[in-house]
Design a protein around this ligand. Structure first.
Ligand code: ADP
Ligand code: MG
Length: 349
């Protein structure tokens, strides 16, 4: 296991700068998730760490060693991809053992490591099967087991669950979390799925167009997003954003209604953000009209329009009567859970 550090890392493809100066320290044993929209550079950053791409400039250190110019096989990293390639003619045991066998590892060591990894991922009873006799989830676990047995310093995962259906994704996510607990290994996990990032990460690195937008614990990104981009990326349904004019400690909405912003000294144009669970149908509050109600089972999402047409989503309890379409309602805003962003997109207060 090892710590990892990136210093002013840059990657260009031709004229295009795809990774635009990344500085990041990852602790030994930490589970870090790179998250961000498609095309923001997550895979490229992971491939730079693995050595599958050459850095244009900057430094990559694993433990004490500068590995920036080192061949992939010498870096002590193991990578699991979204599309895993298992050898169809080999059984699960030999697929998992393949790298170790190639490296001429002693038979007993191979056996011990293969069985331990297989047990960890609950595929111990499948060792004699061929890949075609496995489900997608089982195959992906074989690919993960193959990475484990190599006993790498750092594990790299690039969207390993994207090809699985929702139930298997949730289950395999748990396996990965447990595996991290068991191995206490340094892991970097790439996903575009903010829920996967929230549930797995010790620390989230949110990327936006090749730069780090925000780094922090999942709850930190959720409750104190540093930018409007971070606010809208984390959370589902997405945070409501209302254009407002701020003056005298209150935000004035487009329709003229006011929301108190105690302690805010800022004055000028801004965006007021509030998550769906921090809005509630109440006797007093912003006037809105119900447009649509989505039933989620455990809750309902009420979509309502303010007088000026701004749409807001409200997380509403599933018990009790369902708000009627077109009904006039009042929306109470939780004053403790407001987010304010300036014209530059940065958090205010
Ligand atoms: P992500 O994994 O976050 O979806 P990628 O790291 O795959 O994003 O890609 C980031 C950007 O770099 C994209 O705009 C992509 O088109 C570009 N890119 C990735 N690989 C190459 C390459 N080999 N040549 C040119 N452009 C590339
Ligand atoms: Mg990718």
């Amino acid at each position: 296991m090892a710590a990892l550090s990136l210093e002013n890392l840059v990657k260009r493809f031709g004229e295009t700068e795809v990774i635009r100066g990344i500085d990041l320290q990852i602790e030994d044993g930490e589970f870090v998730v790179f998250v961000g929209p498609s095309g923001c550079g997550k895979s490229t950053l992971l491939r730079l760490i693995a050595g599958l791409e050459d850095a244009s400039s900057g430094t990559i250190r694993i433990g004490e060693a500068d590995v920036t110019r080192l061949a992939p096989a010498k870096r002590g990293v193991s990578m699991v991809f979204q599309s895993y390639a298992l050898y169809p003619h080999m059984d699960v045991y030999r697929n998992i053992a393949f790298g170790l066998t190639l490296a001429k590892t002693a038979k007993e060591t191979v056996d011990e490591r293969v069985r331990r990894a297989a047990d960890m991922l609950q595929i111990g009873q499948l060792l004699k099967r061929r890949p075609r006799e496995l489900s997608g989830g089982q195959r992906q676990r074989v690919a993960i087991a193959r990475a484990i047995v190599r006993d790498p310093k750092v594990f790299l995962f690039d969207e390993p669950l994207s090809n699985l259906d929702a139930a298997l994704r949730a289950q395999t996510r748990l396996e990965i979390a447990r595996m991290h607990e068991d191995l206490a290994a340094t892991m970097i996990y790439v996903t575009h799925d903010q829920l996967e990032a929230m549930t797995l990460a010790d620390r989230i690195v949110l990327l936006n167009a090749g730069r780090i937008e925000q780094v922090g614990a999942p709850t930190e990104l959720y409750h104190r997003p540093a930018t409007r981009f971070a606010a809208e990326f984390m959370g589902s349904p997405t945070m409501n954003i209302m254009p407002v004019t701020v003056k005298d400690g209150a935000a004035e909405l487009a329709g003229g209604e006011r929301v108190a912003l105690p302690g805010v000294a800022y004055a000028g144009q801004a965006d007021l953000g509030v998550r769906p669970e921090n809005l509630a149908l109440a006797d007093e509050g912003l006037s809105a009209k119900v447009v649509l109600v989505e039933e989620l089972g455990e809750a309902r999402i009420v979509h309502a329009a303010l007088a000026d047409g701004t749409m807001l989503s409200v997380r509403h309890p599933a018990d009790g009567p369902e708000p009627a379409r077109h009904a006039a309602v009042k929306l109470r805003v939780d004053p403790e859970r407001l987010h304010l962003f300036g014209p530059d997109g940065k958090r205010i207060g």
